[in-house]
Design a protein around this ligand. Structure first.
Ligand SMILES: C[S@@+](CC[C@H](N)C(=O)[O-])C[C@H]1O[C@@H](n2cnc3c(N)ncnc32)[C@H](O)[C@@H]1O
Length: 449
């Protein structure tokens, strides 16, 4: 019953757990019997024992089990499962050997139907709590993404002595899960894990830690080693040989966050196509996590903007949504990141004047209601923080249609309430499973005046 632990967990090779000096004592030492009430928004089973909140990994609503009290949390305790006394329906054999460890894939123990229902309910209850549910709001079925479809991931690598760790953060912890395989990653990225581990073991010094951003572009993998100190010539040669042997499109490194990506190897251009436009995004640039999820987001934007002669694409990124829209109508893309603007510019040149662009900080300087008057539709796709200031301007505008794309239901409902209070009607919401087996959920929503 207790999940498998990685080799070396808690040993000096891995990153130490951050423990507070005044760690509270658990209320009881031995096992206690609990029943899991539900699976919470972060993917943990939630249970109570004598007034203490317990977070149970890999649980299903209705599981009855013996657990011990583990690490303290802000408002409760980690539960360490000991024996499953009565199993709730809906359990599946996890496909990954690291199931229950990687924080990113906490829900592999659910069978397909239970998983889809849990994700859909997550959104339904967020809408309900915000007063946004009702018979006029259509909640579409979850758009699924298959294993092997993730085309972007960031792993962490740490060298301690002779041991190299390469993997993802452990659930509810700062430790790493050392991964040899990863069933969510596109096979072309998963195949890089072993050779990547070998080259990093050669080039990292004792104590060094870096992140590795992997992206699968249309002409091959694009890797960025984030936080790598300036490599000497033998290290550069080792990295270059790795790029050649693995047929990477591009390999680069950044010595510090936000710094320039310095090329090690550029064997191909690094291309990605969006609705008939082909561009070369900056190394490590934001792309939607899977092509399947991206297709659902684009479809929602195209359908919500149908008939509009002029559309504003706010938080446009590298043109994922704006380019396919511009194949049909005029688009004004607004984005804060200079490198994304450069990619938008590449696409604009292929779109015969149908896409214009503007660099703007939409948190500090949202597009005003008056400026929005020239658009018949707006697509808004902010980062996880949402777009409070921009939603307020939209609420004051007369734009007939708004398509809101979001990777965070919590900030989505906050901003959606602003739109509804400004007179918009929420018509349709589509949950999209961009991050398979994780508690994360993307969505596309359509509002009209
Ligand atoms: C979720 S991504 C969406 C990008 C694009 N729509 C796509 O689907 O690939 C959010 C985008 O918002 C941009 N962004 C973040 N903060 C911003 C700000 N304050 N002003 C303008 N753009 C911002 C990021 O650079 C990123 O491109």
């Amino acid at each position: 019953m207790s999940p498998r632990r990685p080799p070396g967990r808690g040993r000096p090779g891995n990153r130490p757990e951050r423990r507070s000096e005044s760690r509270p004592e658990p209320p009881v030492r031995g096992p206690v019997e609990i029943v899991v009430e539900r699976v919470g928004a972060r993917g943990d089973g939630l249970a109570e024992w004598q007034g203490h909140r317990l977070y149970v990994p890999q649980a299903l609503a209705g599981d009855r089990m013996m657990v011990t009290f583990g690490e303290p949390r802000a408002d409760g305790w980690e539960a360490v499962p000991v024996t499953l006394l009565a199993e709730a329906p809906g359990r599946a054999d996890p496909p990954c050997p690291h199931a229950g460890l990687c924080g990113g894939c906490a829900l592999q123990h659910m069978d397909d139907a239970t998983y889809a229902a849990w994700k859909t309910d997550l959104l339904a209850s967020a809408l309900e709590r915000a007063g946004l549910a009702g018979p006029e709001v259509r909640l579409n079925p979850l758009v699924r993404t298959p294993p092997g479809s993730r085309r972007r991931a960031v792993l962490t690598a740490v060298r301690r002595g002779r041991r190299l760790w390469l993997g993802f953060n452990e659930r509810a912890s700062h430790r790493l899960v050392d991964v040899e395989t990863c069933p969510v990653l596109a096979p072309a990225l998963a195949a890089l894990l072993a050779p990547l581990r070998a080259v990093l073991a050669d080039i990292l010094s004792d104590g060094q830690q870096i992140d590795v951003a992997l992206t699968l572009l249309d002409d091959g993998p694009d890797l960025v080693l984030e936080g790598l100190p300036e490599p000497d010539l033998p290290r550069l040669e080792a990295l270059s040989a790795f790029a050649g042997a693995q047929d990477l499109a591009r390999l680069s490194y950044r010595t510090k966050p936000g710094g320039d990506a310095l090329p090690v190897a550029r064997r191909r251009t690094g291309l990605v196509g969006f609705g008939g436009v082909t561009v070369s995004p900056a190394p490590g640039a934001f792309l939607q996590a899977s092509r399947e999820g991206e297709a659902a987001l684009v479809a929602a934007a195209l359908s919500g903007c149908a008939g509009a002669e002029s559309v504003a694409d706010l938080f446009a990124g590298s043109g994922t949504i704006g380019f396919p829209l511009a194949a049909r109508t005029r688009v004004h893309a607004v984005e804060g990141d200079a490198q994304a603007l450069a990619t938008l510019d590449q696409g604009a040149r292929q779109l015969a004047g149908r896409l214009t662009m503007e660099r703007r900080d939409l948190f500090r300087d949202p597009v005003t209601a008056a400026e929005l008057a020239r658009f018949q539709a707006v697509v808004i796709d902010p980062p996880r923080a949402g777009a409070q200031a921009q939603a307020a301007e939209l609420a004051r505008s007369a734009v007939p249609a708004v398509v809101a794309l979001s990777c965070n239901p919590a900030t989505f409902v906050r901003d959606a309430r602003t739109l509804v209070e400004g007179g918009y009607r929420l018509l349709e919401v589509t949950p999209i499973d961009q991050f398979l087996w994780s508690p994360h959920l993307e969505l596309a929503a359509l509002f009209r005046r």
